[in-house]
Design a protein around this ligand. Structure first.
Ligand SMILES: Cc1cc2nc3c(=O)[nH]c(=O)nc-3n(C[C@H](O)[C@H](O)[C@H](O)COP(=O)(O)O)c2cc1C
Length: 301
């Protein structure tokens, strides 16, 4: 008998726990020729804002030891063009598609959520209250319990879709922010978004990024991410989606052991677009080897 690797995020059922992270897998279709999308548990789309955003000035990506810094600044086409150009293609994607949304005010989050709620092709919403690369909104909400509650609560009233809240690691007590998100009506939380960092070119004596600071992702952040996922898993009773530096199936097992229900693959996609497929297969093989029939049995804590 094959192990059951399907998982539930609220009322959303994923065929396996492997999702591709927002901003690291476009709108899914871009990868269709390289990746068998049906082998993924789901795809989280690039962040969508109400109005088009040009993003931050270049350069906005720099490699760092065991990771990368980005200050893309939520460049995206805005809600209306997304609805016109991208939404019609989503129903053809053979796995769950989750929209990731970001706003400058709680009302903006709510307006986008309302608009996306009755659309074919979108199975859940992830609200990004943790983007470190925008000057208004984003991470500011995710650093304050009251604001977290307020945004989530407002969005909750606009949608019956499963609601995932994406948390920032740039806080002192992530468990209390996670609890505020759940109190506001989150069906799940996902973490971590990128860690705020910077890097200087000593030849030019200037920061590598035009925005000066950026978000650190990749293997360098994994121990921090794992510790935070572990803390949040103990603090809330909703599914936790773990991410931060997952490059291999072994990395993903660590997150599942500390209590994550699902995991996201971000930076790894830039190195190996097939990482998600390989990780899904690796999780299944590990379960067979360890005679685990249901993914819920894997949890160590
Ligand atoms: C280039 C880039 C763009 C990103 N864009 C978004 C975004 O639009 N919305 C969001 O919630 N997270 C975004 N993220 C954060 C990732 O989804 C992920 O949470 C983070 O990179 C940690 O995982 P990783 O170490 O596996 O990359 C972005 C990350 C990168 C590297």
């Amino acid at each position: 008998m094959e192990p059951d690797i399907s998982v539930a995020i609220g009322k959303l059922r994923l065929k396996n726990p492997v999702l591709c992270a927002s901003g690291c897998f476009g709108y899914g279709q871009e990868y269709a020729e390289l990746v068998d999308l049906s082998m993924l548990g789901g795809i989280i789309l690039k962040g969508i804002t109400l109005k088009e955003r040009k993003g931050n000035p270049m350069p906005r990506i720099v490699e760092t030891p065991a990771g990368m810094l980005n200050s893309v600044g939520l460049q995206n086409m805005g809600l209306s063009r997304f609805l016109r150009d991208k939404l019609p293609l989503l129903s053809d994607i053979p796995t769950a598609v989750i929209a990731n949304i970001c706003g400058e005010t709680p009302e903006e989050y709510a307006a986008i959520a309302k608009e996306l709620s009755d659309k074919d092709g979108i199975s859940a919403l992830e609200i990004n209250i943790s983007c470190p690369n925008v000057s208004h909104g984003g991470m500011l909400f995710g650093q304050d319990m009251m604001l977290t509650f307020e945004v989530v609560n407002l969005v909750r009233k606009q949608t019956s879709l499963p609601l995932i809240v994406k948390l920032s690691p740039n806080v002192t007590d992530i468990a209390s922010i996670a609890r505020a998100a759940v109190d506001g009506g989150a069906d799940a939380v996902s973490l971590i978004n990128t860690l705020l960092g910077m890097s200087i070119d000593i030849k030019t004596k200037k920061p590598y990024l035009a925005n000066i600071t950026g978000g650190l992702s990749g293997p360098a952040v994994k121990p921090v991410a794992l510790r935070m996922v572990w803390e949040v898993c103990k603090a809330v009773n909703v599914p936790v989606i773990g991410q931060g530096g997952i490059m291999t199936w072994e990395d993903s097992i660590e997150f599942l052991l500390v209590g994550a229900t699902a995991i996201c693959i971000g930076t790894a996609n830039f190195v190996n677009p097939k990482a998600g497929m390989e990780i899904a297969q690796g999780i299944k093989d590990y379960m067979k080897q360890h005679k685990i029939m249901d993914l819920r049995e894997i949890r160590m804590v």
